[in-house]
Design a protein around this ligand. Structure first.
Ligand code: ADP
Length: 650
């Protein structure tokens, strides 16, 4: 509909019972405006009305009407009034030498007359009148188009909310169900239901993103972030899929990259998209992501990301269309691998918003290299990698493993550190003994090397300078003992090593630290009480049960007014606030809480729990004074990560 309005030529209708006048109008208008408009001519009111009717039935609308006043069958003011009822937006001009004051008044009031031109008219007057009327009507159309786009995006926001809310219930309840005692068969059913509901969520997200891009609504944030963290987080999230398929999966990130200014969520979205495609289409070999600098000025850096796989590849003839919406290499792809064909189209739009490009080099049957570039701002002195070169003087790093050698070497290199790797247990002990008297030794031990475990516990006991870190696969159980106090989960992230080293080098006595000690965190979380405000009982249960599993206590309340009453009477440490609620919504409640500056609770962290993923909802939440936004449905880890952050649980 909007497109039609802009593509169609506008129509001018001229009505006069004198042929000579109609002819002269026709000649002048064509001379003045050439082919800019289409024209219709009628000799009286009823004839003109039936032209309007006919054009309307073809979904065409007249934009400007010139009408004589004295005509047989129907006078000009009466005709224009009738025409106004049919096409209120058309600009109506009375063209007459004899119209009475009353009739002009009538036409102004009843037909919203745009202008009165007296006969004989000046050519310049005609020119200006048509130009002005045209301008007015274009403005009106643009306003209408904007209103309709707004309605469309509002509709999308509502739809997204309506779908996400029940989906939140499904995903949350499944997470809870998965953490209960289930038989093997029940586990299988529940895990299929979980995967399906997560697929449905990512589908909804894709469609929503695509519509946002389509209507120019997608906005890019500019906040500081660490590209290594983003990349490694994505690797961690997707690693279980790679493990299932037994393919090698890792990242190589250029050392010494600065902290970037840009939109981490969107960068992560593109990386996730390309990596999950790469895993999906690879059955043997490896998938890796490389991040490197293309160019750099004082304030801007251009990065190149390459996702390289050894999968099925793409025939050359199909590459051209890949980045257009709903395009898949062949129809059987959907049947075999699923997907919508939207991922690459969205990634292309996102990279172009980030002043970058996207492309692929691929060999049918051999694998693909999907790359993209993007530009980011950065502050000169903010390096996101800390160098541990100094640390090396006092520390010695040893890794005893039977696999994964390159990955961990790379991770240490990113930190300017060197690690000695060996696949022989005896050599690893030798390496410890060589240095233990002069340097603290960090010894990394793969959890599957069970045969040497008992021996190592005995061997390590006397050495206070030896810190042993067990590398665990996700989901693997860890039982702490005197020697094995620390764990790092695989796949190893540079940021985890970095955090670990930071703790180690800061601590006075080595044995005080325990990385990832969930028990310690649970003890800390027990002290905090969270107020959950949500009108939906299912959402209340999901949130409170999920956070209880991680040690947080909570109280549930159904609307904003009750929440404020509750804050008056009891102490809380944080609020999880739904946004759309009856009585008083979450934004209103937040504003009220923030405005009561005399009360201690006015400073409480408030995290919005919202099913609305649209940008304006986000802005509205931050403007109301909320500290963070968590989009429903959320993963329990996401929620806990935010709670821990605001309550400083470390
Ligand atoms: P979806 O994966 O949801 O179908 P995408 O836009 O992400 O949509 O991908 C479009 C198509 O491009 C895929 O269906 C597949 O045919 C092809 N494709 C994408 N990535 C790869 C890859 N790494 N290897 C082979 N084919 C790929």
């Amino acid at each position: 509909m909007e497109q039609k309005i802009f593509k169609q030529k506008k129509i001018i209708l001229c009505v006069d019972d004198e042929k000579i006048i109609l002819n002269s109008l026709r000649t002048q208008l064509k001379l003045l405006f050439q082919n800019e408009f289409e024209y219709e001519f009628a000799e009286n009111g009823p004839e003109a009305l039936s032209i309007i009717e006919e054009l309307k039935s073809e979904e065409k609308e007249i934009s400007i009407i010139f009408s004589d006043y004295i005509m047989p069958k129907m006078k000009g003011d009466e005709f224009l009034t009738k025409a106004h009822e049919m096409i209120p937006d058309a600009k109506k001009i009375l063209l007459s030498g004899q119209a009475t004051l009353e009739s002009v008044q009538f036409a102004i009031n009843e037909a919203k007359l745009f202008k009165y031109l007296s006969k004989p008219w000046e050519e310049n007057d005609l020119l200006q009148t048509v130009q002005l009327a045209n301008l007015e009507s274009t403005k009106q159309e643009a306003e209408k188009a904007i209103a309709s786009a707004l309605a469309k995006s509002q509709f999308l926001a509502n739809m997204s909310h309506e779908i996400r809310t029940p989906l939140n219930g499904v995903i949350g309840m499944l997470q809870l169900l998965n953490s209960t005692e289930l038989s093997e068969e029940q586990k299988r059913f529940s895990s299929i239901a979980t995967i399906s509901s997560e697929n449905l969520l990512s589908l909804i997200n894709d469609i929503l993103d695509f519509s946002k891009i389509d209507s120019g609504k997608l906005q890019i944030e500019e906040i500081p972030f660490n590209i290594r963290e983003i990349t490694e987080e994505t690797i961690e999230i997707l690693s279980f899929k790679a493990r299932e398929k037994q393919i090698k999966f890792y990242s190589i990130i250029e050392p010494n990259l600065p902290k970037l200014l840009g939109d981490p969520v969107r960068v992560k979205q593109i990386i996730t998209n390309l990596l999950s495609n790469a895993i999906k289409f690879t059955s043997i070999g490896e998938v890796k992501i490389l991040v490197s600098t293309l160019s750099k000025t004082d304030s801007e850096i251009e990065l190149k990301f390459e996702v390289i796989d050894t999968g099925i590849g793409i025939p050359e003839s199909k590459i051209g269309k890949l980045f257009t919406a709903f395009s898949q290499v062949d129809a059987s792809t959907t049947r075999k691998f699923g997907g919508t064909g939207l991922g690459l189209a969205i990634s292309k739009e996102l990279t172009s918003i980030m002043k970058g490009e996207i492309g692929v080099i691929s060999q049918d049957g051999k694998g693909s290299n999907f790359w993209f570039t993007a530009k980011f701002g950065f502050k000169k002195d903010e390096i996101c990698y800390k160098s541990f070169a100094e640390t090396e003087k006092n520390y010695n790093f040893i890794y005893y493993t039977h696999n994964n050698q390159n990955t961990i070497t790379n991770k240490f290199n990113e930190l300017d550190l060197e690690i000695k790797i060996t696949d022989s247990y005896e050599t690893s002990k030798q390496l410890i003994l060589e240095n233990i008297k002069i340097k603290k030794t960090l010894y990394f031990f793969d959890s599957h090397l069970k045969s040497d475990y008992e021996d190592f516990i005995e061997f390590a006991k006397p050495y206070k300078n030896l810190v042993t870190i067990k590398l665990l696969a996700l989901g693997e159980k860890f039982s702490q003992n005197e020697v094995f106090k620390h764990i790092i989960f695989k796949p190893i992230r540079t940021s985890l090593i970095e955090q670990f080293l930071e703790k180690q080098t800061n601590s006075k006595t080595l044995n005080e630290n325990t990385l990832n000690s969930e028990e310690l965190k649970i003890n800390q979380r027990n002290k905090f009480k969270i107020l959950i405000v949500d009108d939906d009982m299912i959402n209340q249960t999901v949130a409170s049960k999920l956070i209880a599993k991680f040690g947080y206590k909570s109280q549930c309340i159904s609307d904003g007014i009750e929440a404020i009453e509750e804050l008056e009477n009891n102490n809380y440490d944080l609020i999880l606030m739904d946004c759309n609620m009856p009585e008083m919504d979450g934004w209103e409640a937040t504003k009220t809480i923030r405005s009561r500056t005399e009360k201690a609770y006015s400073k409480i962290p408030i995290l919005a729990l919202t099913a609305d993923a649209m940008d304006f909802e986000r802005r509205k939440s931050f403007n109301a004074g909320m500290n963070e936004i968590i989009t429903k449905p959320f993963k329990s880890e996401q929620l806990i990560e935010q709670l821990d952050k605001f309550l400083e649980v470390k």
